[in-house]
Design a protein around this ligand. Structure first.
Ligand code: HPA
Ligand SMILES: [Zn+2]
Length: 323
């Protein structure tokens, strides 16, 4: 099976595995509302995006120091590298941490240390994309951007995540303009649970270069034709879509239909500790369930490199691995 090569839709906080939650809680003196690992794991059955987000944010209470974030990041890098990932552009949610008293600088310095180690020990190249929590006030998003830019850590981009319906991308037009002026690349979650209109806004109001998820674009034929014509990358996460009930099951996932419409689709894991698999698990299960051919798997891998923000030299190096 071809390696995934690049992962472009991955929330670092979504790689917090149950075992690490318990270990960090012990070390940091955080009392967990779970009896044991089984009790925690029993809660990983989600009705929708919000029911997942409730658990995702609650478990972050265990992340307190820069060393915790470094540990989390390194664990992801090792696991992703073992699955064939050679370049990762990772999402971080600073507001989820400042809201409970952990400074943005602490978060980003820890993440950057973990990614630095991943590059020197594994050759895994990477970038940090700070995400705006769209269900929190615009003024807070503006502060998050300022604090992130001041953290003394190289940043790749800005993204938009958290509860989607009722929080259109246009709310954050000014924040994304300021991010672009500071040299950040722009991406946004749109069309996961939200309507196709949110993809139009992400493109035309926020000026994003990639759309995260985007599966609901298929409901708007004009939009699909535009995304295909402009080769706007869509970072699709099939196991996430199954677990959050965006699709009924993996067999019903529109991945193949999206490829057939000429869309620049990449495969990603989103929150692998919560959704039952890392990016190689997503690839393997899609191959087995959707019957993806070797050529289609190679296309997905090549797309992940094309859609990345890696430099031209690094892209050529990664593509050479596909033969
Ligand atoms: O899939 C997601 N959607 C929106 N916000 C998120 N934050 C973590 N994962 C997600
Ligand atoms: Zn996501």
């Amino acid at each position: 099976m071809p390696s995934p090569l690049a992962e472009l839709h991955l929330h670092l906080e979504g790689t917090l595995e149950p075992e690490l939650i318990f270990e960090l809680a012990r070390r940091n003196g955080v009392t967990l509302p779970y009896r044991d690992l089984d009790d925690l794991r029993a809660r990983y059955r989600f009705r929708d995006l919000q029911s997942f987000l409730d658990l995702y944010y609650a478990n972050m209470a265990t992340l307190r120091t820069a060393a915790d974030f470094e540990r989390l990041t390194w664990a992801y890098a090792e696991r992703a590298h073992a699955g064939g990932v050679r370049h990762a552009e990772v999402f971080v949610d600073p507001q989820a941490h400042t809201a409970r008293g952990v400074p943005t600088e602490t978060v980003l310095r820890g993440v950057a240390a973990g990614l630095g180690r991943a590059e020197s020990e594994l050759g895994l190249t990477s970038g940090i994309i700070v995400c705006v929590l769209r269900d929190r006030p615009v003024a807070e998003a503006r502060r998050m951007l300022e604090e992130s830019l001041a953290a003394g850590v190289p940043l790749l981009g800005i993204g938009l995540d958290s509860a989607e319906v009722g929080y259109p991308p246009s709310l954050f037009a000014d924040v994304f303009t300021a991010a672009a002026e500071a040299g950040l690349r722009r991406v946004a979650h749109a069309g996961e649970e939200g309507p196709p209109e949110y993809l139009w806004q992400a493109l035309d109001v926020l000026g994003v270069e990639r759309v995260d998820h985007g599966v609901r674009c298929l409901e708007d034929d004009v939009l699909v034709r535009r995304l295909a014509a402009e080769q706007v990358p869509l970072t699709v996460c099939p196991l996430s879509n199954v677990r959050l009930r965006v699709v009924d099951d993996l067999a019903a996932h529109p991945l193949r239909r999206m490829l057939d419409r000429g869309l620049l689709v990449t495969l990603n894991s989103d929150d692998p500790a919560y959704f039952g698999g890392y990016v190689d698990d997503n690839l393997r299960q899609c191959r087995d369930t959707l019957g993806l051919t070797g050529a289609e798997l190679a296309t997905l891998a090549a797309n992940s490199v094309r859609a990345s923000f890696a430099g031209a030299g690094r892209k050529a190096e990664l593509l050479a691995r596909l033969g």
